[in-house]
Design a protein around this ligand. Structure first.
Ligand code: PA5
Length: 443
């Protein structure tokens, strides 16, 4: 199975791309020789091919045990500690999974601080058998910590200390953080997030793999897909014949032309969370030092009836990256009707996917005419293997792009600003000076 990448030549010439040949080669050197900024967070580079068989087997065993006794599996985590898992699970499960008999259903907590969300989740958990994973690399993030404190009490009340402990998995740092200490004291099953893998690059660690396995998805196929792109880059760390490099270069050239917003486009609603994962990966990795492409996303044709107007005619600082899916899982044709009152007989007999593809091509041409360059990533189908390919494709593309932008793609210093203010406003010890400043500002 192959990923294919095409883009609009009228916006970015072959010569312009070719001029990046030596920069691409040297950027791969920076990554593989670990000489760039944030080089202690490059553990994801070899992760697919170096995952221990014993770890995969252990994750599968844990998932099999918990699946037997769970109607629901709650993933408690935020940012990189839940988006990768959710991206894969939502891409592969039935669109109406909550309405099917499929068990366990994976649900999420700790990715917001909505009192209503958590209250309504608890009301459901009162009536269902469940288990949970609390996922936090730092082990100190406020959102998942609050959700876990509440759900920990709930699960203990429901099952008693001992059974509750057997239904809780903690995925965190090997030594640091409050969650690790708590897991040690309570004797929870624990998986480690490797030191050198940052949150948003951690989907192929237990952070993503356990929830994905809990959803009944074959994690070996996911890893196999990632290995294929890992090898593609390692065997050919250059520009030519490497679609990852080409993606990074084209978006870099477009950025230089003032195309400062990249819209990830899908025509399959099951890819909505894949876009969310991608937005975090690129937004948090590149948006620093007042630089970086702003990552956005749309689902077409749904959003052609909302955002389509802006994309066609609004400020011309946009380009689109379209995930084009060649084959659907199901076949459904538009029926013929004798009366043709709705005037659809001209497409009678056609598959819905054919109409969807024509919408895709028509939109691409219209948006290009409107001044919006299009990059297309063509995938044969939405499967675990292809998602694994895409995950590694975008991870390496992110690292290359980040270094070409001359930022450290592996830190996220800006995330601290809101935390500092929140802690000060909540009266946390050590934030007294900031509390005073903020209270004055707020009047
Ligand atoms: O990519 C990142 O590092 C972040 O988005 C983190 O994943 C997010 O902030 C959650 O952090 P933690 O896993 O430490 O709770």
């Amino acid at each position: 199975m192959k990923l294919e990448l095409t883009h609009t030549n009228s916006f970015v010439s072959k010569e312009a791309i070719q001029s990046y040949e030596s920069q691409v080669a040297s950027t791969y050197n920076t990554i593989y020789n670990r000489t760039g900024a944030g080089n202690d967070f490059l553990g994801w580079v070899n992760l697919p091919s170096e995952i221990d068989e014993s770890l995969i087997a252990d994750i599968e065993k844990t998932a099999a045990e918990l699946r037997k006794k769970s109607d629901l599996f709650v993933v408690i985590g935020i940012g990189g500690s839940y988006l990768g898992a959710r991206a894969v699970i939502e891409a592969l499960q039935n669109h109406f999974a909550p309405l099917t008999e499929a068990k366990p259903l994976v649900v999420y907590a700790g990715h917001n601080m909505s009192e209503d969300y958590l209250s309504e989740l608890i009301a459901i958990l009162d009536k269902k058998d469940y288990s949970l994973a609390v996922i936090s690399k730092s082990g100190t993030t406020t959102e998942p910590a609050i959700a876990f404190r509440i759900l920990k009490q709930h699960i203990i009340k429901k099952y008693g200390e001992q059974e509750a402990a057997s239904r809780i998995v903690a995925i965190t740092d090997k030594a640091k953080g409050a969650l690790k200490q708590l897991a040690n004291v309570k004797g929870y099953k624990t998986y480690i997030v490797p030191d050198d893998v940052g949150g948003r690059f951690s989907v192929l660690t237990p952070v993503g793999l356990l929830p994905i396995a809990m959803a009944g998805i074959d994690i070996r196929k996911l890893i196999a897909g990632a290995i294929e792109i890992e090898k593609l880059c390692k065997n050919n760390p250059t520009l030519n014949g490497n679609i990852v490099s080409e993606y990074a270069v084209v978006r870099h050239i477009l950025y230089g032309m003032g195309k400062t917003n990249e819209i990830m486009v899908n025509y399959e609603p099951r890819l909505v969370y894949f876009s969310e994962w991608w937005k975090q990966l690129y937004g948090e990795s590149h948006g620093k030092e007042h630089k970086g492409i702003f990552p956005a996303s749309v689902t077409f044709s749904t959003d052609l009836h909302s955002m389509g107007q802006y994309i066609q005619d609004g400020i011309r600082n946009l380009f689109e990256t379209v995930i084009s899916v060649e084959n659907s899982d199901h076949e459904l044709r538009i029926p013929m009707e004798g009366e043709d009152l709705d005037q659809l007989n001209y497409i009678a007999g056609k598959r819905i996917s054919e109409v969807n593809h024509k919408a895709e091509l028509g939109t691409m041409l219209a948006h290009e005419d409107g001044g919006v360059p299009n990059i297309r990533i063509v995938i044969p189908e939405i499967s675990a293997f292809v998602l694994g390919q895409l995950i590694y494709f975008f991870e390496m593309g992110c690292a290359l792009s980040g270094y070409m932008l001359e930022v450290n793609p592996f830190d996220q210093p800006g995330v601290e600003a809101y935390k500092k203010n929140m802690f000060a406003l909540l009266g946390k010890k050590g934030y007294e000076a900031q509390t005073e400043i903020l209270n004055k500002r707020l009047g």
